[in-house]
Design a protein around this ligand. Structure first.
Ligand SMILES: NC(=O)c1ccc[n+]([C@@H]2O[C@H](COP(=O)([O-])OP(=O)(O)OC[C@H]3O[C@@H](n4cnc5c(N)ncnc54)[C@H](O)[C@@H]3O)[C@@H](O)[C@H]2O)c1
Length: 390
């Protein structure tokens, strides 16, 4: 039996992926094999030697001591893309909020007073201020064509929009999933010059911090809308507020309220609702449980933030699999296979991957691995963790 400790409540759909005859899941546990976590901050907790993996049901891993766990040979997983549809749908709503002045219109309607006749009269008189634009034929610029940006781009194509996209590091998988109608641009400034609506879907990094700045806002059309459902820091808020009051752009719709944006009639700020759907929580939990299961039962690694991807087909009957994390070194394979052959064991299959300062090696050997061999491997210089799957 594998023991899993959940540090937060985890969607039952995810827990269902861990069969009860193999997994004991509990919120209290002495020596867990792995943790399932959402937002619980793990930085100050003592993590026992029994732990082999941490799976975070969500994308960010700020609450997990990722580097310290890598040093101990403990894998940390996350669930990229599991909430992408939830964010995509809110971005589409944001695009319509901007195009039809829905935030301002709803605020105007909510403030109306008087009899119904007086309200009706005020509605008919006041609605002219909120005339918007329709989406077909308009140009959407998407910065970052990953799980969320790619989905937004494809949906916008289906809505009849012309879509231009910028992502110099798009993955092959995301490129395969992108509609061929999306036009690729190689200069991000072209997005700001040509688009009626710009939406940003990049991580917040030094390179993306403040990438929507005064200079780029000045390139835009006066009615243009900026959508930011990525991270607040990607937009220079002072430049945004100045551009909105100068009429350089039309509207800013985001998921990140702040004092600078508060009360601005051209801003609609939502309370970080992007991933807030029950479906997104379920998807994250299912993906986290599957990743954990494949690692614990097969040693395979998918979507880790501190280990390389590594997959080896299911081990054959009668074989044992060694899962070894070690310092990245030129002699890792020689060292490990040398110790295995010195113990009289053969190697039937092997996968060896590196990421940063870490090596991860899966080695199948016929028969059982004596505890003394596992211990000898664990004692080799640079070896961080050794696990035997019998
Ligand atoms: N509002 C929310 O609740 C919410 C929820 C989930 C994610 N997010 C944010 O959305 C972001 C995107 O999420 P995702 O799942 O699509 O991530 P992803 O990793 O699938 O895609 C990010 C894409 O951005 C691209 N990119 C990186 N730097 C770039 C740059 N300078 N210019 C252009 N492209 C660049 C990458 O190549 C990648 O294709 C996340 O980093 C996160 O900050 C917000």
């Amino acid at each position: 039996m594998y023991k899993i400790q959940n540090l937060n409540p985890i969607s039952p759909l995810g827990l269902d992926r861990l069969p009860k005859d193999l997994y004991e899941v509990s919120s209290t546990c002495d020596a867990p094999d792995a943790y399932l976590v959402r937002s619980f901050v793990m930085h100050d907790m003592e993590i026992p030697a029994s732990v082999k993996a941490v799976a975070r049901a969500g994308a960010g891993t700020n609450n997990v001591p990722v580097a310290a766990l890598a040093k101990r040979g403990i894998v940390v997983f996350n669930t990229p893309g599991a909430n992408a549809n939830a964010v995509k749908e809110l971005v589409l709503a944001g695009m319509l909020i901007g195009a039809r002045n829905i935030g301002q219109g709803a605020a105007f309607a909510a403030a109306l007073e008087g009899t119904d006749d007086e309200i009706n009269a005020a509605v008919e008189k006041g609605k002219k201020k909120f005339v918007g634009f329709e989406l077909p034929g308009r140009t959407l610029g998407v910065i970052g064509l990953g799980a969320i940006g790619g989905g937004v781009a494809n949906s916008a194509v289906a809505l009849g929009m012309k879509v231009i996209g910028f992502d110099p590091a798009i993955t092959i998988n995301h490129a395969w999933n992108l509609s061929s109608s999306v036009e690729r641009v190689t200069d991000v400034d072209e997005i700001f010059k040509r688009a009626d609506v710009v939406t940003v879907h990049v991580p917040l990094l030094d390179a993306t911090k403040g990438m929507i700045n005064a200079e780029r806002l000045a390139m835009m059309k006066p009615h243009a809308t900026i959508l930011n459902f990525a991270r607040g820091g990607i937009v220079d808020e002072k430049a945004m507020v100045d551009a909105l009051s100068a009429g350089t752009i039309g509207a800013y719709v985001c998921d990140f309220p702040s004092n600078a944006l508060k009360g601005n009639p051209k801003v609609t700020a939502l309370p970080h609702l992007g991933a807030s759907t029950n479906e997104a929580e379920d998807n994250c939990a299912v993906m986290a449980a599957q990743e954990l299961r494949d690692y614990l039962e097969n040693g395979n690694i998918t979507n880790s933030v501190n280990f390389p991807e590594a997959q080896l087909h299911a081990k054959e009957d009668g074989e044992s699999r060694l899962c070894i994390a070690s310092d990245n070194a030129p002699d890792t394979v020689a060292k490990l296979t040398g110790a295995i052959s010195a113990a009289g064991l053969a190697v039937s299959h092997m996968v060896h991957k590196s990421r940063g300062d870490l090596d991860y090696t899966l080695i199948d050997v016929p028969g059982a691995v004596p505890a003394t061999v596992a211990e000898a491997l664990g004692a080799l210089p640079g070896v961080r963790s050794v696990r035997v799957i019998a």
